[in-house]
Ligand binder design. Structure first.
Ligand SMILES: [Fe+2]
Length: 193
């Protein structure tokens, strides 16, 4: 079933990108509060691809490992409703820190800005704190506990059986909710079929 496994050229994350209400407010949160000080951005007059005149600012924060978190400050196309706080299952983003000490120091720092950073929550393989950014996106800071790799590797062997069991248990409900075609898109892609 699994084909086209090699080569595997994807290295990691270049950027994840979200909307923001306002670039300066977003810079306050990510630079001042969280400490992502390396920021840059470009102002574009037209939407790439469509050529439609709708100016926007594309903002980038560089993290310590060279990966970026990006935002679009695009008031012309923004829906104010989008910035309501979103459920974590719908959208959240997790930054990694090196240790519990760093996590707790960051929690204190974030709280000192009047932002509620809740936790730490013990997930077994990681421990995390959670807060909301000014755009309604839940942000997580997490660190890997000593046995992180062992715990995840330990789950790997049992995963195919768990997945099969999960699919069997939920497939009917998902077909009823989404329609069978919507959860069977692989059938339309000859490469993955
Ligand atoms: Fe998470």
């Amino acid at each position: 079933m699994a084909r086209h496994i090699e080569p595997r050229p994807i290295l990691g994350v270049h950027h994840a990108a979200y909307r923001c209400r306002d670039a300066e407010q977003t810079i306050w949160f990510y630079s001042d509060v969280l400490g992502l000080v390396e920021k840059t951005g470009i102002v574009l007059e037209e939407v790439t691809g469509t050529g439609e005149h709708d100016p926007y600012l594309h903002l980038f924060f560089r993290m310590n490992n060279g990966e970026y978190l990006a935002f679009f400050d695009a008031p012309g196309s923004a829906d104010p409703e989008w910035f309501q706080r979103k459920e974590s299952f719908d959208l959240h983003f997790a930054f990694e820190v090196a240790s519990e000490e760093d996590l707790l120091a960051m929690q204190e720092r974030i709280n000192s800005y009047g932002i509620s950073a809740v936790g730490p929550v013990d997930h077994g393989f990681v421990k995390s704190i959670y807060m909301y950014d000014p755009n309604g996106i839940q942000m997580e800071l997490t660190y890997r506990v000593k046995d992180h790799d062992k715990i995840l590797a330990g789950a790997t062997d049992a995963f195919p059986a768990k997945l099969a069991e999960w699919t069997k248990r939920t497939r009917g409900a998902k077909e009823a909710k989404f329609g069978a075609a919507a959860i069977d898109q692989r059938a339309r892609n000859p490469i993955a079929a």
